[in-house]
Design a protein around this ligand. Structure first.
Ligand code: PRX
Length: 635
């Protein structure tokens, strides 16, 4: 039996049982066998969810970049570490080998040092998906600086809020970025954001679009000349396992964004372990995760997890619709991608388009498909399975969160049989529990409840930067001695988990709990429907009633709207029961989405409740214009 690489279902169960019975022995073996430590730990785990305090591999010394770079130089120095695919398909892809990446990270780390950055300082990175983004992340880790990547689609206000929250000393950005046929003036956004910040001493600027930008003397520096003059070696800062590695902001259901703090040793072990198993990574694979490094998915499964395994990881600068809707599949063919990991929202968007965009390309290199970020509806799952995976590639529906650092529930492909819309089984070391409203654990199968985790795993966030009390209140107060995920889940008759959505999205109608995801699944099965979102609105008798926002496929065909409404409600009745029928159905041109592709239900709830006077912060929306259109036709 190998702890590190699970190859069949029986092995999964054996490894899982061991990880629950003897968690410390299990993680110690994984950590010992597969990573480079400058000094071993004194204690594998110390934890107390009431404080809360969690420490893994205490006393151990390491640098994560030695594990992501140096370790590989001897055996795979000339292997491609990062395969960069630019926005414009006519621009050549770049194959950056482990040797080259090591040198680039070292040079960059030396530049950071020359600008006064030291261990523990915060560096905000606001870059598009270009190699400098991964390099700067690793350069921070090389010298022990804490990186905080801010997705380069966020506004200047969102950027300055984050810079101020973590008191960053430096910002790394570029002159601009390409996004499909558009260019974005990133440096202008940084300049605007910095008007409200006092802690930033230096701004490093990478050149990407060759635009004419203002450089503030003394503060702003072009990156390339600094790199050219920097030494090619930089000794790694030796870190404690529990030293901070990065802060990543995630929005809460209320209040300011939360700066989730991840530390070094446990995060490295867990992301590497889960990458290996969830993607069944093999030495010559070409792995592609389409996320942006501005999100946790990019941190854990574009940068750290893959590089710790010596993998080739693809970074894609562009968007799925440019120059046309075949771009993803063109890249799969071109680079012979073996594992492809994306979000349901992207799958749904592409499934709406003509199948010719898929069929034009040879996708036979694919072995594993992944999804993340939201529940995947049944229709999208089948479309992905049939058209992209040709029914031969297991789909790993990976459930996790910014806070969890790595994937917690997912099939292990070729071991765990998949089931549409189910994240299936917990990975080794993960002990889920479903809780009822009174705080009791619901045991047994075929049950539904609030999803908690009972035992720490190595990559759990250790705190919210600067606000440990909020960390405690948000995650450890709802249920005694458990980490509360904020999600609802059901466990089926064989123990498979299906995430039903945020608990705050659960709508109680006439005393019945209804998850939005299964209702949306039913609606989306209608052949005329492209996407939908359900929210609750106050109802005199039922307490809440359901309001559905539905996007129709653009077929050019004129349909009778009332008839469509009846058909949609019939589908819901058939799938769930008449209780879940929608009181109102509004056909809309789009849904308000955050830049990470999540529907902003808060806004939809307000519109459904006819309370549009104060919609709150809409600055993080990808498509703010759609809100006005929805309000205009609201029912
Ligand atoms: O509600 C769950 C949903 O996304 C939330 C976490 O969002 P974030 O911190 O932005 O991280 C996303 C990438 C890991 C979860 O609480 N979610 C994530 N993955 C899934 C999911 N819901 C259903 N199925 C998933 N596979």
């Amino acid at each position: 039996m190998s702890n590190y690489h699970i190859k069949h279902l029986e092995e999964y169960f054996q490894v899982y049982r061991k990880s629950v019975r003897y968690p410390e022995v299990f993680w110690e073996e994984v950590a010992e066998e597969h990573f480079l430590w400058r000094k071993k730990w004194d204690k594998v785990l110390e934890w107390d969810f009431t404080k809360p305090e969690i420490k893994w591999f205490q006393g151990a010394k390491l640098n994560i970049t030695e594990n992501c770079l140096d370790k590989h130089l001897y055996i795979r120095g000339d292997k491609t570490a990062i395969l960069f695919e630019p926005n414009n398909p006519d621009e050549e892809a770049q194959h950056i080998t482990y040797n080259q990446l090591h040198e680039r990270v070292c040079r960059f780390a030396n530049v950071l040092k020359s600008k006064g950055i030291q261990k523990g300082d915060r560096v905000v990175i606001y870059l598009p998906m270009i190699p400098e983004l991964a390099v700067s992340v690793l350069a921070c880790a090389r010298i022990g600086a804490i990186h905080s990547v801010v997705f380069a689609g966020f506004s200047s206000t969102a950027l300055s809020t984050r810079i101020n929250d973590c008191q960053a000393k430096m910002v790394i950005t570029s002159d601009g970025s390409y996004r499909g046929s558009k260019t974005i003036d990133l440096k202008g956004i940084v300049d605007e954001g910095l008007e409200d910040c006092t802690t930033v001493e230096n701004v490093l600027v990478a050149k990407r679009i060759n635009s004419d930008i203002d450089m503030k003397s003394g503060r702003d520096h072009w990156l390339q000349p600094l790199l050219d003059n920097a030494p090619t070696e930089c000794a790694p800062e030796i870190m404690d396992a529990e030293d901070p590695l990065f802060i990543l902001y995630t929005s809460g259901s209320t209040g300011r964004p939360k700066g989730m703090l991840h530390t070094t040793g446990g995060y490295m072990v867990y992301t590497a372990y889960t990458f290996k198993n969830v993607f069944q990574y093999k030495e010559n694979d070409i792995y592609w995760c389409t996320a942006d490094i501005g999100w946790i998915t990019g941190h854990s499964y574009i940068v750290y997890g893959p590089l710790a395994n010596g993998a080739t990881t693809v970074m894609f600068e562009g968007v799925p619709s440019y120059p046309d809707y075949g771009r993803f599949w063109e890249i799969v063919q071109k680079h012979k991608i073996t594992q492809f990991y994306t979000a349901p929202t992207a799958i749904r968007a592409l499934a709406k388009e003509n199948l010719d965009y898929v069929n034009k390309y040879d996708l036979s290199s694919l072995r594993v498909l992944g999804t993340v970020g939201e529940p995947i509806n049944e229709e999208a799952w089948h479309w992905y399975n049939d058209n992209i995976g040709d029914k031969k590639c297991p789909i790993v529906d990976t459930w996790w969160q910014t806070e969890t650092g790595g994937i917690l529930i997912s099939p292990v492909p070729f071991s765990t049989p998949t089931k549409p819309t189910y994240a299936t089984l917990p990975l080794p070391g993960i002990q889920p529990a479903l809780m009822d409203e009174n705080g009791n654990e619901i045991k047994g199968n075929s049950v539904e409840g609030r999803l908690c985790i009972k035992f720490p795993w190595p990559s759990i966030a250790r705190t919210i930067w600067g606000d440990h009390e909020r960390y405690k209140n948000t995650y450890f107060s709802a249920f005694d001695n458990k980490y509360f995920t904020g999600d609802g889940a059901l466990r089926d008759e064989v123990g498979y988990y299906r995430i039903t959505g945020r608990v705050d999205d659960v709508i109680i109608v006439s005393g019945h709990n209804l998850g939005t995801a299964p209702i949306e699944d039913s609606i989306n099965e209608h052949p005329a429907v492209a996407e939908s979102a359900i929210v609750g609105f106050p109802h005199d008798i039922k307490g809440n009633a359901l309001y559905g926002y539905v996007i129709l496929k653009e077929t050019g065909e004129v349909r009778d709207r009332d008839n469509l409404r009846r058909e949609i409600n019939q589908l819901i009745t058939d799938h769930i029961g008449p209780i879940a029928k929608l009181d109102k159905i509004q056909f809309v041109p789009g849904l308000p989405k955050t830049r990470s592709g999540k529907i902003m239900r808060r806004i939809l709830r307000k519109i459904a409740s006819k309370d549009t006077s104060n919609l709150g912060d809409t600055s993080t929306l990808l498509n703010p214009e759609v809100v006005e259109l929805i309000i205009k036709d609201a029912l």
